[in-house]
Design a protein around this ligand. Structure first.
Ligand SMILES: Nc1ncnc2c1ncn2[C@@H]1O[C@H](COP(=O)(O)OP(=O)(O)OP(=O)(O)O)[C@@H](O)[C@H]1O
Ligand SMILES: [Mg+2]
Length: 155
């Protein structure tokens, strides 16, 4: 492929069974549709578990899987590593809490939505979305266009 998009290879995909004992975990947080666990054997990852019939994990995975090669989108996202066949378990890079409101970006991509503080965390020194199940990519595209961020303090 050209244009900076790397070719997808099935062998680069990880499976849930590649992770060591996911049962050794601790509940970290709960959102409206998902419970998030830290993993004893994988401190840099989280496990996000959604109820059967909720597709947040699948929507997040789909965005990551399609956009991971596109730096101007992927740089805003906590990378996903694996998803279970039924979509109930998602393995994602673990972000760290953003301590200072001033560290939240003043401008975000036009496709970003659900702009509440709890949907972003810090990864490798940069703020990224760890909840991007809701996004406007279908509406506005995976564009470089930016907009002013109106951050909300709701749960
Ligand atoms: N990758 C991550 N690393 C660290 N913490 C995370 C990560 N993903 C989620 N969290 C924590 O878990 C909480 C719930 O996760 P998330 O927002 O993805 O779930 P949700 O059910 O989709 O939430 P919402 O109520 O916003 O719809 C987040 O607010 C955050 O505190
Ligand atoms: Mg959330």
């Amino acid at each position: 492929m050209t244009l900076g998009w790397k070719t997808f290879t099935a062998s680069s995909m990880k499976k849930i069974s590649d992770y060591k004992n996911l049962f050794e975990c601790e509940r970290m947080a709960r959102g409206s549709s998902r419970t998030v666990f830290s993993l004893v054997h994988h401190p840099d990852l989280v496990m996000k578990v959604c109820e059967a019939g909720d597709w947040s994990n699948v929507r997040e995975w789909e965005i990551w899987d399609r956009m991971r090669w596109c730096a101007f989108v992927a740089d805003w996202l906590a990378p996903c590593e694996a998803i279970s066949d039924d979509g109930t378990i998602l393995i994602q890079a673990r972000t760290r809490p953003i301590m200072n409101a001033d560290s939240y970006p003043l401008r975000v991509p036009s496709w970003a939505t659900d702009l509440k503080y709890s949907n972003m965390g810090m990864l490798k020194g940069k703020p990224v979305f760890h909840d991007y199940a809701s996004n406007l990519m279908l509406e506005v595209g995976a564009t470089r266009r930016m907009k002013k961020a109106k951050w909300e303090n709701r749960a």
